[in-house]
Design a protein around this ligand. Sequence first.
Ligand SMILES: NC(=O)c1ccc[n+]([C@@H]2O[C@H](COP(=O)([O-])OP(=O)(O)OC[C@H]3O[C@@H](n4cnc5c(N)ncnc54)[C@H](OP(=O)(O)O)[C@@H]3O)[C@@H](O)[C@H]2O)c1
Length: 324
Amino acid sequence: MPAKAIRVHDFGGPEVLRWEEVEVPDPGPGELLVRHTAIGLNFIEVYQRAGLYSNPLPFVPGNEAAGRVEAVGPGVREFQVGDRVAYGTAPVGSYAEVRVVPADRVVKLPRDVGEKVAAAVMLKGMTAEYLLRRTFPVRPGQTILFHAAAGGVGLLAIQWAKALGATVVGTVSTDQKAALARKLGCDHVVVTSREDFVDRVREVTGGRGVPVVYDSVGKDTFAKSLQCLAPRGMLVLFGQSSGPVPPVDPAVLQKGSTYLTRPSLFAYNSRREDLLESAAALFEQIESGHVTVDVQHSYPLERAADAHRALEGRKITGSCLLLP
Ligand SMILES: NC(=O)c1ccc[n+]([C@@H]2O[C@H](COP(=O)([O-])OP(=O)(O)OC[C@H]3O[C@@H](n4cnc5c(N)ncnc54)[C@H](OP(=O)(O)O)[C@@H]3O)[C@@H](O)[C@H]2O)c1
């Protein structure tokens, strides 16, 4: 079946995202054909487009979407034509009107979770889930530092961390982002263009530091994030929006006997049972109202390049959708 999709033929800047006709095959054994209602935009797609995370060329980028099942491949019993579904840990290929996807990467949507909300949260919200509940399980009364607090993952994570009973210190680059983070519960917001987050963490924790720093900014924040840790604290480096962190000497962890981990949602949710549990926990947070999803940005799918420019230009707050 012919369909429209964004395709990358050469790694590079946003201009390599080309709106093209592609041929979509019938679903094979264990696969579904899903027609997308909405597609989530994620920073990982910047890495894919630029070639930092490499895929064989040409490829359709994208990792997160929601829609309806249009056809079911042989051997698939869990899904039927018409089911409302979403995914956030499928192989690349979500920047498309319609695609084939492995059924074991897909979840059904609860009645009260709309397709646009699902497309906005599957990858980002399940990331918040594993970071806060499995990488470093946050306990009531703990103070945590979360960078890029007004970003896609950030806004979901700060709300979830509040629901877990934490005090949240968040970093953002502008006053507008600060206001948004504060509105969604961030207790101490550091505007990095004019304030040092290490000083603020020391002030908020009486000099002790925090038991965990969630750092997706990478190159620009890594060294200072380590300085924010309490003895035996954990630095969770889960991204590199400012660029990759250069190689580090393990001796940097010695002073406070601290821990460093570099986790990935794809590893945490690689087993189907983990994916289902992660998605269920996310839907529960949304249905209970602990985590709200207010999508402020959307672009037609064919203008994915503009969405990438805005994301890399730090212009996006919360989740952003691409609409086919
Ligand atoms: N490991 C995993 O499992 C996993 C899963 C999902 C996402 N991630 C990572 O989590 C991060 C957040 O993803 P997201 O999709 O929600 O993106 P996002 O947070 O909405 O966007 C990135 C944010 O990073 C901040 N930033 C700081 N320095 C930057 C720079 N030099 N260039 C661009 N942005 C910069 C900006 O916020 P300020 O302007 O406020 O500083 C920007 O808005 C990404 O690094 C992504 O790769 C990792």
